[in-house]
Each structure stands twice: as C-alpha cells, then as structure tokens.
Design a binder for this molecule. Sequence first.
Ligand code: HSE
Length: 459
Amino acid sequence: MGKRASGSRVNWQKGIEILSNDSPPDFKIGICGLGTVGGGTLNLLRENADEIGMRLGRKITVSHVATRTPKPELTAGVATTSSDPFAVVADPEVQLVVETMGGYEPAFEVIRQSLANGKHVVTANKALIAERGNELFAVAQASNVCLAYESSVAGGIPIIKALREGLAANRINWLAGIINGTGNFILTEMTQKSRQFNDVLKQAQELGYAEADPTFDVEGIDAAHKLTIMASIAFGIPLQFDKTYTEGISQITPEDIDYADELGYRIKHLGIARLSEKGVEMRVHPTLLSKSRLLARVNGVGNAILVHGNAVGSTLYSGPGAGAGPTASSVVADIIDIARQAESGVKRPICPGLGYLQTHEGLEVLPISEIETEYYLRIPAVDKVGVMAKISNVLTAKDISIDAVIQKEPTSESVPIVILTHDVVERKLNEAIAALEELDEVTGKIMRIRVEPFHGVQN
Ligand code: HSE
C-alpha cells in the first residue's frame, strides 16, 4: 500500500471496503520485461493500488512476471516469476500481457501470440508498433482484444488518447512536436550549458532516457517511430514508417546553436505531420523555431506536441517524454482502460488500434523534396569582396528569397555566411545548394536546417 500524506481528506478506507465487498474479481495481468518501464509499471501499480482500484472499481493484480534478471525485491508478492516471457503468454490466469522488453524479437512474437490467445496487450514498444503494427492490429481485431500503446509516444503525455478520443470530432490538419526526450535533453544542455554532445548523451543513458541503441535517439529513428504512429491516428492512414523522412541531431554544431540564437531561434528536433493538397508530410529533423514559441521553451527531457484540428484550432500537450514514472503512468492508464471494458463485459472492445475503423488508403506520403518551408543555411566561404553577391545571384536564379543574413568573423579557413530564406520547395533549395557548393568561393559543405514558421499559429 502506498503511504498517504497526513491530513488527506479522502476517505480511502471506505472506498477500499466497498472495493473488497462489492467488486468483480481482480483483473490479472502479466508483465514481460522488468527494465526501466516494466519495473516502473510494477512499482506504480503497487504504490497507487488504492487510487487505481477506486477509479476502476476492481483491483489489478500482477500474477506473473517474466524477467531475465531476477529482481526479488521488485517481484515480492507476485504469484509467479519466470525467465521465459512465453510462460506469461501461456498462463491461463493472465488476462492482459504488458510487453516492456523492447526490441523486435521475441517482443513481436510475445505480442502476436498473446493477442491470438485472446489476451489484451499493452506495450511501450514504438518500434514494433510503427514498423509491424499493421500486422499486430489485424490479429487484435480478429481476436476481439485490445492492443494499447499510449506509452509508446511521448512518455507520460496522453497524446494517443487526445488524438483518438479527445479530438475525435476534428479533421486534424497537422501536428508537430518534440517527441524524443533524449534528443531534447542533449540540445538543451548544449544550448544552455555549452556541454559536449557525447557527455550529455552518456548522462541521458544513465538517467534511463535513451534507447538500448542510442543511435535511435540521436539519428531520429525513435522520433520517426512516434511520428509514424501519431500521423496514422491523426489522418487515418496505415502505419508507414518507411516513408517517414528521418534526420537526427548528430550533425548540429555549437556554432549553429549560437547563430540560430543570434537570429532569434532555438534548434529543436521536431516531428511534423501535415495534410496538404499535395499529400501527407511525415518528417523528423532538427528545426529552427522562433524563441517566442511555446515549443521552443520545452527543455530537458520534456516533450510537447502541437495539434491543429479544424474545429478546435491549435492545442498543445506537454510533459515528461521519458523515464520510469512518466512511461509507467501511460502503461497503467492503458491497463485501467482495458480493465474497464473487460469488466463491463463488452464482447467486441472499442479499441480498434489506430483509432479508425477504416483507413484512407489513397493518401500519398510526399517525398521530402516536395515539402515547402523556410531554411537556415551556413555557407563556409572565402573572405573576399563579391562573395555575397555571387551567393545571392545563385539563390535569385532559383527564385529563393532571403529573409536575413549574418556574416561572421573569419576563422582560419573561411568566413561563415548564415542565411535565412523565405518559403521554398526543398527540391529547388537542393539545386541551389549544389550550385553554391560548385562556386570557387564556397570552401566546404553547406549546413542546411529547416525552419518551421507555423504560419497563422498564435502559440
Ligand atoms: N528514448 C526515448 C526518448 C524514450 O528519449 O524519448 C521514450 O520513448
């Protein structure tokens, strides 16, 4: 039982008596994997057992846990502990399996077999949902069970619920968010404390934020998984991870952070999904955001997602994006949701995976070359009269108009020229970059970072 602050005015004891006298039998679950998320889930279920029982009207009992490394303190009171996750899948007592092992296999098979055996599944595994969710949701639907995945996107923020339920009346036009806590933590520390990339990454790993393979965080793959899932719910399209444009933060330098700052911007790693007349945009990449935007002020391991619906306008959801407590909060919310349905005896549970009963098969995902936005360019050039004129001629020839320019002090090799452009189709910008890099006066590769102006959005 969790300890309560003294002076609480809530009559928990009465509630607990009602629960024990007049409620359905305990809802029995199994947990596969006791790492940061699985361990956090077990702890949270124990710590908040009374509140959860009161909200649900019945108790949740963890009756079987599978873990590679025995953790007797954590599993005290659990009826069965084994080292094989398939023992949980086969346990007839278990009504719902929590998959918190991560990775592709055996996690996929654990989920698939659980669903096929008529057990509900709650998972935090965004890689599996984004890459193989279409297969898994089909199994869930055929077996009339739920596959829930709130914790797979944005840690403790209930964004799946918001998209699927709270905003269900809207046509969602676009969403954009900071959806990788590790990446945001690294960029924040680099910006605010001038810390080195690798040093901050190590700390994120120690804090349990980073993926087992941290390249998933720093190369944008983790964010692309999450964006794929959100776009699928928002627009009612199949999961298409392979079509999500993915670029990470590993190429961002302290100079770019400083130049962006001088121009009034922060560099954030954003996931953007948008419906346009040309098709669907799905892209994750570093992005310059005006410092005045709320999103630009989301720091550390924080995540935040702006969602624009045609009826509601723009709405913002923010909170901790990683870590044991926040992620467990979402896992347990899913368990409670499913237990409510199981209790009400619903034969065909209302959890059709991605929030639509049918998907829009016809909506095409646009290649990145077809998106249109503003850009930051850092051009290394020789320190000679006439260089700026040559650069500007190349841009003008491609119909690219310049919004702002700063020319920095020469370094030993070259002088960086930093340019902000107005909106342009990326294909044209790529042609301009290729032409600029051909100039004798340009001494190296041009750094390009997309800028998100959020035209017409207040916050
Ligand atoms: N590695 C992920 C992140 C964990 O940093 O956001 C939460 O999904």
